[in-house]
Write a protein that binds this ligand. Structure first.
Ligand SMILES: NC(=O)c1ccc[n+]([C@@H]2O[C@H](COP(=O)([O-])OP(=O)(O)OC[C@H]3O[C@@H](n4cnc5c(N)ncnc54)[C@H](O)[C@@H]3O)[C@@H](O)[C@H]2O)c1
Ligand SMILES: Nc1ncnc2c1ncn2[C@@H]1O[C@H](COP(=O)(O)OP(=O)(O)OP(=O)(O)O)[C@@H](O)[C@H]1O
Length: 270
């Protein structure tokens, strides 16, 4: 198989592990390339995130490394995370499980699709999110006024510090911390979770991806859109955010680890 390796570049032992994994995979007969940031730290040549193609991308890092890789790939390639992070919710394998996994999957593996959301502002596409798009105030302690429109019908208006438009995958991330529900990733929906809403009755909404969803910023105050914590865009005053299901879902290698067991194991003892 053609395998690309990505390592977090802020930890030397992750880079060393990645270099030894590259040699191990070549020994199994695979064609191995390194992402260019990873390669540079190993004194080698690599390929850009945008050029990544092939059968598998192995990410050695935590959730941010996985999110960065998925966000930067132009074409979605199946991702396998090897956890070298603080939580590594999206990184299914521990380093000591990798050898057995690759020995048992020399010719391939099953793949899970994970929906992403495509975010556009005033008609301009800004990118796809695997976790969430976050609209947040620029100025601490200042609120924004949001309007939520479902199929053109006003569904909610409220003032808040921000608003998360999360996927089921992101329901265990920021959306969880903001009081949203854990959503089974086999459900496809848009999870809206306000950040510190200034009203008694504002609730998270789980909206079908078959609906047209628009979010209006109804204040003159400056705001930003942050996608997966990886890219940030300044929003104009009174911007309209359009949310659609991406036609390029993220692809994850199926490692057989049950989602709800992972929630219990990784998130109950944070
Ligand atoms: N208060 C919060 O919980 C909070 C605040 C900011 C960002 N975040 C999340 O962090 C993500 C960016 O990750 P990062 O590592 O670059 O930032 P980071 O380093 O600030 O880490 C945020 C934490 O969220 C965890 N996380 C990320 N995605 C997750 C997921 N799908 N399920 C469970 N936990 C997850 C990470 O493991 C990490 O511990 C954002 O997409 C957002 O969802 C959470
Ligand atoms: N190849 C790379 N090039 C540039 N930056 C990278 C690369 N790999 C990882 N990063 C960045 O380095 C940081 C590594 O943090 P990461 O989230 O992977 O670990 P963590 O925060 O310790 O674990 P977790 O997110 O699971 O709690 C991320 O913010 C990611 O954006």
């Amino acid at each position: 198989m053609k395998i690309v390796l990505v390592s977090r570049i802020d930890e030397a032992d992750a880079l060393r592990y990645t270099a030894s994994l590259a040699r191990e995979l070549e020994g199994l007969g695979h064609d191995v390339a390194l992402e260019e940031g990873t390669a540079a730290h190993l004194g080698e040549e690599g390929i850009s995130f945008e050029e990544i193609d092939g059968d598998l991308v192995v990410v050695v890092g935590g959730d941010g490394s996985v999110l960065l890789t998925v966000h930067q790939m132009k074409k979605q390639v199946p991702v396998l995370g090897i956890n070298w992070g603080e939580v590594g919710f999206l990184a299914d394998l521990e380093p000591d499980e990798a050898g057995a996994f690759f020995a048992a999957h020399r010719d391939g593996f099953d793949v899970e699709r994970r929906m992403r959301v495509s975010l556009s502002v005033n008609g301009m596409p800004l990118g796809d999110a695997l976790n969430e798009g976050l609209v947040v105030t620029d100025r601490p302690a200042k609120m924004l006024r949001f309007g939520v429109y479902v199929d053109g019908t006003p569904a909610e208006r409220f003032r808040a510090d921000g608003l998360l438009v999360s996927t089921p995958t992101g329901s265990t991330a920021y959306a969880m911390s903001a009081g949203g529900p854990i959503v089974d990733p086999q459900i496809e929906g848009f999870l809206l979770v306000p950040l510190a809403p200034y009203m008694l009755s504002s609730r998270p909404h789980l909206i079908s991806t078959r609906r047209n969803l628009e979010i209006t910023l109804e204040t003159e105050k400056p705001a930003h859109l942050v996608i997966d914590g990886q890219s940030t865009f300044e929003l104009e005053k009174e911007a309209t955010l359009t949310v659609k299901k991406s036609d390029q879902p993220a692809l994850f290698v199926h490692t057989g680890k049950p989602f709800f067991e992972k929630v219990n194991r990784k998130l109950r003892n944070l």
